[in-house]
Design a protein around this ligand. Sequence first.
Ligand code: XMP
Length: 511
Amino acid sequence: MKNELILILDFGGQYNQLIARRVRECNVYSEVVPFDISIEKIKEKNPKGIIFTGGPASVFGKDSPKCNSKIFNLGIPILGICYGMQLMTVILGGKVEKATKREYGVTNVKIDNNSLLFKDFNSTNNFLMSHTDFVENLPSGFKTISSTPSCPNSGMENKDKNFYGIQFHPEVVHSENGINVIKNFLYEICKCKGDWEVSSFAKEKIKSLKEKIGNKKALCALSGGVDSSVAAILLHKAIGKNLTCIFVDHGLLRKNEGNEVEEVFKNQFDINLIRVNCKDRFLQKLDGVIDPEKKRKIIGEEFIRVFEEEAKKIGTVDYLVQGTIYPDVIESGLGKSSVIKSHHNVGGLPDYVDFKEIVEPLRDLFKDEVRKVGLELGIPENLVYRQPFPGPGLAIRIIGNITEDKLNILKEADSIFREEIANAGLHKSINQYFAVLTNLKSVGVMGDERTYDYTIALRAIETTDFMTGVWSKIPYEVLEKVSSRIVNEVEHVNRVVYDITSKPPATIEWE
Ligand code: XMP
């Protein structure tokens, strides 16, 4: 069955993925596509509606992104947001002006609730505005449906043609009832029925994987992270023992993590799982290495070697399973910004393995949708909501040279920190938190003895995208408990510090 579809034309705004997610939250499937998508392609996709996103450009810019103007002849409803509204105005013959000052912030907007876009709204509503240019004259056939003192045409409609434009951002949480603007567009204007549900996704995916793969064999690299885990279980439900998972345990995982992965996949789901314990091999390769990028490179390469060796033992497989998710697809398709860290993802594509085709069962899903599918499939909550963990593992949380002793110190300290965060009920509000073993030794006193031992740093970040983030204001009592437990329970640590730097300027990881 083909789902109803909303196409989101990406003009480079920071909230584009969010718009797609909001649409899906309203039970309508959405796809983000480049702004210059061809008319043929749009027809082929046959969307119920189109949304133009915002973007950093100005319609006055020489190279500003423009869609094909024939898009307005297709008879498909269109909603332009911010830059998208301005572009719609210019293409359809209206006038955009440049303001001297940028308007930013939550603004009380006067709205015409006779418009279908604002059905069931009050006559004013608070929305987030963020713009410099604004619509001065509407294109013909349009009328104003919302206004603010500094932006008299903050909303417009051409009801006959189903074209709508808004200067504010309904997709962000700062906009009161923002989701209802999106809902009205989908249900009142595009006449969607709402046939997208994550739970039916799992059922249909398992069925289609079964049909596609049949009795052939598939191989999956398991990292213990959410994406590869959910992909593996989907495949397992579809083809059972014809799936083999290889779990390369490089020994750089958190305390007990390797065993937890094995417990879930081998015992709970009865998956064909090969766990390769190769801590010593990785530690040998990392011996004496202090440069973070070099660590990443060594671990990434060695991971591939181990995987290759194991895959060879299995022989040719028909399919290689990848846990690629939708944001990866969008980002790689639309060009990424500059690389600060190389982010070798252990479990990335091993191009030497003998396989015929790649299967990426999650490539249409956002992270929160992957989590819902995971719960639906019966994967334990602690795995489904696991905080992100870097592929190179604890190697980039031990500053400088890595030894087995240091690894053990860090595992213990980190486990205490995680335990206390959970005890304080903070584990869902802090998005990433962990301990770092610095290479700083300092003087302390324990009982009557002088000590000269390591300093542990604690890191806790609140973020939605992991590209920026703020340090978490953990209550002092929790920090005090963590600190006292770590120095008392972990040998060779006599000092604990808390990292109060946000990102930017610091990164989340210390290496
Ligand atoms: P930074 O330190 O760049 O981290 O602020 C942003 C997010 O990326 C994760 N990270 C990595 N993930 N391989 C990964 O798979 C890596 O080499 C790597 N380095 C950082 C980090 O944990 C955070 O979630």
